[in-house]
Design a protein around this ligand. Structure first.
Ligand code: SF4
Length: 375
C-alpha cells in the first residue's frame, strides 16, 4: 500500500522513532502516498472523530515593544483593554457557550506579572469553570523579566491564580539562525523550550505551534518538529501540534519575500507539512490541528485527510492573521465546523481545551477516543 515509502521508515514511524532523514525523505514521496500514510497514523491515534473547541480569542492590546519582522499585528500606540473590557468579552463568550478563552497581547514595556494575574483572577472570580488558555511563552518570559522573578515562579503564580493552559505560540521556527533574522528580540530556541518545560512542570499543559514558509529551510522545519517531540517525550505536557503557514502580507519579512517573487506556501506544501508532522510526532503528540484561519476552510477540511484530527476553535474574533492578510474570517459557527467535518466523512465532536468530550464533563470520566494527552 505504501510502496513508495521504504519499509524501515514505515516501521520507525509506527514506533514513534522517525528520524530527521526520514522527514526529509518523506518530502520526496508522491503526495498522495504521503497523505495516505499520515491518514492511517491519524486513524490509529485519534480514530474517526474530528474535534473542535468553542472558544473566544481576546487580544488585550496590539501595542508591543517587540520587533518581529513577520508581524503585521503590532502597533506603537494601540489601546490596552481594561479588565472590565476583557470581562465584557468573556461574558459574551459565555453567552455563546464558550468553554475556553484564549488571551494574548503585545509586550507592554511597563507591565509585569501582576497585570496577567489580574486578568486570570478576574475571570476565575466570575467564571470558575471557564478554561483560561492564555499567554505565550514570550509573554510569560517578558512579564517575569519586568517583575524581576524567575520564570518558574511566574508560572507557579499564574497557575495558582487560575491559568489552566498556555498556547505554545512564539515558537515560530525553533532555530536560532532563523530567529536571529525574523525575531531577534524574542526568546531563543533554548529559552522557548525551557519556558514550556517549566510550564509543564508547574502543571500548565501547552499546545505547540510552528510558523513555517518564510526563510527557514525544510531541514529546520523538520528539526522544529523533532524538538517538539523531545519535549513531549520528557514532559507529556503538549496537547496538540499546530502547523501555521506564514502570511506574507503587511510585514517586512513577507514584503521582502514578495519582492523576490515568493508568496505564501502553496496548498500542496501545507498539506505535506501537516502529513509529515503527523508522521514525525506519531506516538507522542496525538492531536494535529488544522487552522481554518490560516489554511482557509476548504484546505483545512482537506487537511483532515492528511493527518489532522482537529479544527481548532470558533474564535469569535481574530486579528493577528487577519492583519497579515488572512481573509478567511474571524469566527466560524459550530454548525459550519460540523458541516465541514461531516463533509470530510468524519464525526464531529466538541472538546475542551484538554481534549475531553464536552458532554462528558459532568461525569468527568470519558475522553475523546485517541486523545487524552496531558489531562
Ligand atoms: S509577534 Fe508578538 S512579540 Fe513580535 S512584534 Fe508581534 S506582537 Fe510583538
Amino acid at each position: 500500500m505504501n510502496s513508495k515509502i521504504p519499509e524501515d521508515l514505515l516501521e520507525r514511524a509506527y514506533q514513534g522513532k522517525s528520524t530527521k532523514e526520514d522527514g526529509l525523505l518523506l518530502l520526496k514521496v508522491p503526495p498522495f502516498e504521503l497523505f495516505r500514510f499520515a491518514d492511517e497514523l491519524r486513524s490509529l491515534a485519534a480514530g474517526n472523530t474530528v474535534t473542535y473547541v468553542v472558544n473566544r480569542n481576546i487580544n488585550f492590546t496590539s501595542r508591543c515593544v517587540g520587533t518581529c519582522g513577520f508581524c503585521a499585528f503590532r502597533t506603537n500606540a494601540g489601546k490596552v483593554l481594561s479588565i472590565e473590557e476583557i470581562m465584557a468579552k468573556v461574558r459574551e463568550a459565555k453567552q455563546e457557550n464558550a468553554t475556553e478563552v484564549c488571551i494574548q497581547g503585545g509586550l507592554l514595556p511597563e507591565v509585569g506579572l501582576d497585570f496577567y494575574l489580574g486578568i486570570v483572577e478576574a475571570i476565575k472570580a466570575e467564571f470558575p469553570e471557564i478554561h483560561i488558555h492564555s499567554f505565550s511563552p514570550m509573554e510569560v518570559y517578558h512579564a517575569s523579566r519586568i517583575s524581576e522573578m524567575p520564570v518558574k515562579e511566574a508560572l507557579l503564580r499564574l497557575k495558582r491564580s487560575g491559568l489552566d493552559t498556555m498556547p505554545g505560540t512564539a515558537a515560530e521556527i525553533l532555530s536560532d539562525r532563523v530567529r536571529e533574522i525574523i525575531c531577534p528580540l524574542k526568546l531563543k530556541t533554548g529559552e522557548w523550550v525551557e519556558v514550556v518545560r517549566q510550564a509543564h512542570a508547574a502543571g500548565i499543559p501547552t499546545t505547540a505551534t510552528m510558523m513555517y514558509g518564510h526563510i527557514e529551510t525544510l531541514e529546520e522545519r523538520i528539526e522544529h518538529m523533532l524538538i517538539i517531540r523531545e519535549i513531549q517525550k520528557e514532559t507529556g505536557g503538549i496537547t496538540e501540534f499546530v502547523p501555521l503557514p506564514f502570511m506574507p502580507y503587511n510585514n517586512p519579512v513577507g514584503e521582502k519575500m514578495i519582492k523576490e517573487g515568493r508568496y505564501a506556501t502553496p496548498g500542496l506544501e501545507d498539506l505535506k507539512t501537516y502529513a509529515i508532522s503527523r508522521i514525525l510526532l506519531h506516538g507522542h503528540v496525538n492531536n494535529i490541528q488544522a487552522s481554518w484561519v490560516k489554511l482557509g476552510k476548504k484546505l483545512a477540511q482537506f487537511a483532515l485527510n492528511c493527518g489532522a484530527n482537529d479544527l481548532g476553535g470558533t474564535l469569535m474574533e481574530e486579528s493577528i492573521s487577519r492583519s497579515a492578510g488572512a481573509g478567511h474570517g474571524e469566527m466560524i459557527t459550530v454548525e459550519e465546523l460540523e458541516w465541514m467535518i461531516y463533509g470530510a466523512g468524519r464525526i464531529p465532536q466538541e472538546r475542551t481545551t484538554l481534549y475531553r468530550r464536552v458532554r462528558d464533563l459532568a461525569s468527568g470520566s470519558q475522553k475523546t477516543p485517541g486523545c487524552g494527552v496531558s489531562e
